[in-house]
Each structure stands twice: as structure tokens, then as C-alpha cells.
Design a protein around this ligand. Structure first.
Ligand code: 3HC
Length: 385
């Protein structure tokens, strides 16, 4: 298939939740016509409210003008009817809940309803792209485009080809991502968690294990992650922000595909079962006054009470696994952690500051006490030779 970016003018975004509304907004900001589709008009009205809130913030900060904001809103049309939302669509970006059966059902339907030249992308955070693409008759024009929350502010977009994705669609996707002002990072293999979630999701669980094992406070761990590891938020604060439901589903999916990637802590599943989804439900690890953007207050003083070496070790170990298995390389992992998680410097320069020898020693110590999950990866061992 010979397809150039020139052909992408009209984008359909399926699902208007946290990710869908943001993807619709950033695409419309770059001049694309967007059809935003959801199963009920009330979800679409809520999504348009969030888009208007976000655009107003950008106007307030002189990033765009009021006139531009109105034009952007004018480029987004909302639909409940799936068939109508697909008229003239060049690219469908699906951002519906992370449920394999639901996504497969939608792709089977899309395959029948969408024009034959429409290409499909999934914003899934962990589900296998190849398996999803196989329910359609167009697996060569099917790809993963994974945005980060909030899509309006996070520069990273992971691009994940499935086993059959054509090279021209990979090029087109990389150019689409650049055209909306984002930083694409190619994930060479369709592995559980891709690049960033392979690092982020296990880190959330490790932070919960640390609460239990090291007898520290949540705010002490979070402050250490923020002030010593250079994250913009604490790790449990970030889990609440991304959504405990999202993290729980990603955990289940990643763990079912690869037992070595994650050491699930039962507290996360418990929070999920209790409906404590984080900021959006008013309660997760922390409590929130309302569901709007809200931050936890963390101090440099609290950070001094915790050494996040084992947390860093787990993150770096998973990053090294990505290198050993040729999913990514050090440079892209640094870009991905900077642009997708907001790290001040990338993960590897952060680790270098702590010292790879210290990190390996800490992991070896953890193997003895807590088990093989902490076994240092071959690439990490090479770094200390
Ligand atoms: N649109 C526009 N403005 C927004 C916004 C949005 N969607 N969301 C928040 N803002 C505004 C806030 O209201 C605030 O405005 P104010 O200055 O008027 O109060 C401003 O942006 C942010 O200012 P802050 O000083 O509070 O925050 P930061 O400078 O730290 O930036 C951040 C905010 C970009 C969210 C930063 O904290 C960050 O990078 N956090 C990490 C987020 C992250 O890691 N995301 C990835 C999660 S993993 C994921 O998504 C993958 C998935 O598959 C699980």
C-alpha cells in the first residue's frame, strides 16, 4: 500500500474518555477534521466540556488565541452512530476501554463499516497489536499509536507495529505523530507494556511493596521519586492520576502475557474492586476534593527520609530487558521516559547518577530476600563489567 501523510485529513476517534478526548483535541489543534464517536451523547458532551476547559487553559497561558480555540472546536464533530463517524475517515484511532473482547468486537464491526482505504490504529496501553489486527481483513494497515495522559501535555507517542504492519504505515504514522507536534518513539516489538508501561506499571507495584517492606509513608516514597528520581509527580500520585482502573487492567494484561515483568501487589486489585480509581473517583492511594486536576503536596524534606534505589533498580532492570530483547535502545528509552513520564533527565542518566554498581548490588540483595523477580538483566550486568 502506498500511502502518504497527504491522504490523512479526516480522523475518527473512537471513545471520548480521558485519552479519546485528548487525542481528538490534539489532532484538531494540528488542523485535522475529527469525528469523535462514543456510545452515548452524554459522554460526548462531557468530553467536549473537557476539551473546552483544556483549550481555555491554553488560551489563558497564551499558547493559542481565543479565535484559534474556536476554530479547533469547529473541527471536532461528535457522533453516536458508528457508520456516520466513519464517512471519509482516513485514520481511525480507537481509544475504548482496555478490554480485549470489546476491542475485538469493535474492530470486526469497523472492518465491515469503514471505507476500504481507512487505516486503523489502537491507543491500547498493553493489549497485543498483532492479535487485535487479526480480527480485521487489513492487518497490514493496522498499528498501535499509544498516547500518554494527559495527551494535551505529554509529548510522547509510542508507535507499535504489529507483525503484519506495512513499512509505509509505520512511516505515515511517525509523520502523523510529528505533525501534531508530538515525539514518536518506535517500539520495535509488540511486547507486554510496550516501552513506557513496561517500566511504569511494575514501578507502581514496587512502590506498594516498599510501603510494606520499608515501613515508610506514601508521601515519603512519592517525595523521593519526585525529588531524587526527577519525576514530575510521586509514583503513587501518578498512579492515582493515570487511574487505578487503568493500572489494574494493564497489570492483569501484562502479567498474563509475561510473569517476569511484574510483581503484582494485591493492594492495587483491592483498590480497584472497591471502586477507588484515583483522582477521577475522589479516592485512590490519596483522597481528592474533586475530580478536576489536583496535585499532592510533597516536600524535599520528606524525600530525604527514603532512598528509592530498589525502585530505580526495578525500573532500570525492565528498561534493560527492553534492550536485551531488541524492543528499544537506551537513547529511545531515555526519550520515552522524558517525554512520556516527564522525567527531568532520562532513566539511564538518572541511574548513572545513583551508580549502576549500587543498583545491581541492591537488586542482588533483593533476590536473596524477596526472590527471582529482582534478578538483574544481562544488559544491566554488562553495564557494570
Ligand atoms: N490541558 C491543558 N492544561 C492542563 C491539562 C490539560 N489536559 N491538564 C492539566 N493542565 C494544567 C493544569 O490545570 C495546570 O494549570 P495551572 O498552571 O493554571 O494550575 C497546569 O496544566 C499544570 O501545571 P502544574 O505546575 O500543576 O504541573 P506540571 O508542570 O507538573 O505539569 C503534568 C503537569 C504535565 C501533568 C506533569 O505533572 C507530568 O508530566 N506528570 C506526569 C504525567 C505522566 O507521567 N503521564 C503518563 C502516565 S502513564 C500513561 O498515560 C500510559 C497509560 O497507558 C497508562
Amino acid at each position: 500500500m502506498n500511502m502518504s501523510l497527504m491522504n490523512i485529513k479526516n480522523i475518527t476517534v473512537l471513545g471520548s474518555g480521558v485519552m479519546g478526548h485528548g487525542i481528538a483535541q490534539v489532532s484538531a489543534m494540528a488542523g485535522y477534521n475529527v469525528a469523535l464517536r462514543d456510545i452515548d451523547q452524554k459522554f460526548l458532551d462531557k468530553a467536549m466540556g473537557k476539551i473546552i476547559w483544556s483549550l481555555n487553559k491554553l488560551v489563558e497561558k497564551n499558547k493559542i488565541t481565543k479565535q484559534e480555540s474556536e476554530k479547533i472546536i469547529g473541527r471536532i464533530k461528535t457522533y453516536v452512530d458508528l457508520r456516520e463517524s466513519l464517512n471519509d475517515s482516513d485514520l481511525v484511532i480507537e481509544a475504548v476501554p482496555e478490554d480485549m473482547n470489546l476491542k475485538k468486537k469493535i474492530y470486526a464491526e469497523l472492518d465491515k463499516l469503514a471505507p476500504s482505504n481507512t487505516v486503523f490504529a489502537s491507543n491500547t496501553s498493553t493489549l497485543p497489536i498483532t492479535e487485535l489486527s487479526e480480527v480485521t481483513t487489513r492487518s497490514s494497515t493496522f498499528i498501535g499509536i499509544h498516547f500518554f495522559n494527559p495527551p494535551q501535555l505529554m509529548p510522547l507517542v509510542e508507535v507499535i507495529p504489529g507483525a503484519q504492519t506495512s513499512n509505509s504505515l509505520i512511516d505515515t504514522t511517525m509523520r502523523y505523530v510529528k505533525s501534531i507536534g508530538k515525539e514518536p518513539v518506535l517500539c520495535n516489538k509488540d511486547v507486554a507494556g510496550f516501552i513506557v508501561n513496561r517500566i511504569f506499571i511494575p514501578l507502581v507495584h514496587e512502590a506498594i511493596w516498599s510501603l510494606e517492606r520499608d515501613h515508610v509513608k506514601m508521601t515519603e516514597i512519592d517525595a523521593a521519586v519526585k525529588f531524587k528520581l526527577g519525576f514530575p509527580m510521586g509514583i503513587l500520585e501518578l498512579a492515582d492520576y493515570a487511574g487505578i482502573d487503568v493500572i489494574h487492567k494493564a497489570t492483569q494484561e501484562m502479567y498474563s502475557r509475561d510473569k517476569g515483568v511484574i510483581n503484582p501487589h494485591p493492594i492495587l486489585a483491592k483498590l480497584f474492586k472497591e471502586g477507588n480509581y484515583g483522582q477521577k473517583s475522589g479516592r485512590g492511594f490519596y483522597e481528592y476534593e474533586n475530580s478536576a486536576y489536583e496535585r499532592i503536596s510533597l516536600t524535599a524534606e520528606e524525600a530525604e527520609r527514603y532512598n528509592p534505589l530498589r525502585l530505580l533498580g526495578v525500573a532500570v532492570n525492565n528498561a534493560c530487558w527492553l534492550i536485551t530483547n531488541r524492543v528499544s535502545n537506551m537513547e529511545d528509552i531515555d526519550r520515552a521516559t522524558k517525554f512520556g513520564l516527564g522525567l527531568k533527565v532520562g532513566l539511564f542518566p538518572t541511574a548513572e547518577k545513583f551508580g549502576f554498581v549500587k543498583i545491581v548490588d541492591e537488586l542482588k540483595r533483593a533476590v536473596k530476600i524477596y526472590g527471582n523477580f529482582y534478578e538483574p538483566d544481562a544488559t544491566l550486568l554488562k553495564l557494570v563489567q
